[in-house]
Design a protein around this ligand. Structure first.
Ligand code: WQD
Length: 328
């Protein structure tokens, strides 16, 4: 198999590219470098700079590299931004996927792994979210991921593609400091940024119906997430699923951590002492969203290996590489 990894210069995509290349899979990266970084692409892996909206480029890339599998991560991923500019999200995440699937079918690609999100579930009122929990996205971002899954599954059924949709929970950490997330859009980097500025990290709401009043999430180490992509690609390749079949799985640890627990862990790992500021709730935040990770274990033989301490420690090493003033 030769895999085209779209978004392979991004934070998560580059982890997937490194993991698959290290596992001796042939890989090619396609990335428009809008948020991706060229230096993240593993040495020896070809980088094609361009967009999934560019059909001629996709056709050429699939033909030139004899691509037989696609791992599709290229997408916009900020929930708040998706509310402000939904058309951009639908264009990049849904239309970009449609064009990519058209090229995949025309080019005889056999299997397709799609980067989906826990955002498809919205505000599930269950202790553990299974893949059968009804999907009710709360943002245009989540809608584009759910619509993307529909596109992927329908195309798989109609054209005999083997497909997998991986619903990521809250991704954190880094396999190496160089691959760390440089965006400041999620809890861990947002707390790091406050510490670096010398101001108090914020907790968005402490009056939720949870044990300590703060929101509970299922944090997953990006290295584990990357392993899940490799496991999915190999399960499809091994023919454990028939052509046209789909594997849709949660990628989480099945364990929750509250915002307050995460903030306290960050204080311990970084050695910064601070008192977090309790700010108002952020609109649209579910009180709790934690995966049932059973189906991924059963179908992909994949389980997370890293805990939240590994995530915070490795994320902090990466942060300090890019922000030397933060270290102490
Ligand atoms: C986690 C918790 C915040 C910053 C989003 C998307 C989801 C997925 C991952 C892409 C929440 C709280 C945060 C801060 C805080 N993305 N928080 N202080 O919203 O769970 O998930 O990113 O697929 O689809 O919705 O992640 O990291 O933004 O927030 O208290 O400074 O931390 O309110 O409860 P979220 P997050």
């Amino acid at each position: 198999m030769t895999y085209l990894i779209t978004g392979g210069a991004g934070y998560i995509g580059a982890h997937v590219a490194h993991t698959m290349a290290q596992a001796d899979e042939r890989v090619v990266v396609l990335d428009d470098l809008s948020t991706g970084v060229r230096e993240r692409v593993p040495e020896g892996v070809p980088l094609v700079v361009g967009s999934t909206l560019d059909r001629p480029l996709l056709d050429r890339t699939i033909a030139e590299h004899a691509v037989t599998g696609i791992v599709h991560l290229a997408a916009k991923k900020q929930v708040g931004e998706s509310v402000a500019v939904p058309l951009r999200y639908y264009r990049e995440n849904v239309h970009g996927l449609q064009v990519l699937l058209e090229a995949a079918v025309a080019g005889g690609v056999e299997q397709f792994v799609f980067s989906s999100s826990a955002a498809v579930y919205g505000m599930p009122d269950v202790a553990l979210v299974t893949e059968d929990t009804p999907c009710a996205p709360m943002s245009p971002y989540g809608e584009t991921k759910l619509a993307g899954e529909w596109l992927v599954r329908a195309t798989g059924r109609a054209h005999g593609l083997r497909t997998a949709c991986l619903r990521y929970f809250n991704v954190a950490g880094a396999a190496t400091p160089q691959l760390a997330d440089t965006g400041v859009f999620n809890l861990v980097p947002m707390v790091f940024e406050k510490l670096t500025e010398g101001s108090a990290p914020q907790i968005f709401g402490d009056d939720y119906p949870t044990p300590d009043g703060t929101c509970v999430r299922d944090y997953i180490h990006v290295a584990d997430l990357a392993d899940a992509h490799l496991a999915a690609a190999r399960a499809l390749d091994a023919g454990e699923t028939k052509a046209g079949d789909d594997v849709t799985v949660n990628i989480g640890r099945g364990e929750g951590a509250s915002v307050r627990e995460m903030v306290e862990l960050i204080a311990e790992v970084t050695g910064h002492t601070f008192t977090p500021e309790v700010a108002p709730r952020r609109p649209g935040d579910p009180p709790r969203i934690v995966a049932s990770a059973d189906r991924a274990a059963e179908l992909l033989d994949w389980r997370a290996r890293h805990d939240v301490r590994d995530m915070v420690t490795s994320a902090w090493e990466g942060w300090c590489l890019h922000h030397p003033e933060a270290a102490r």
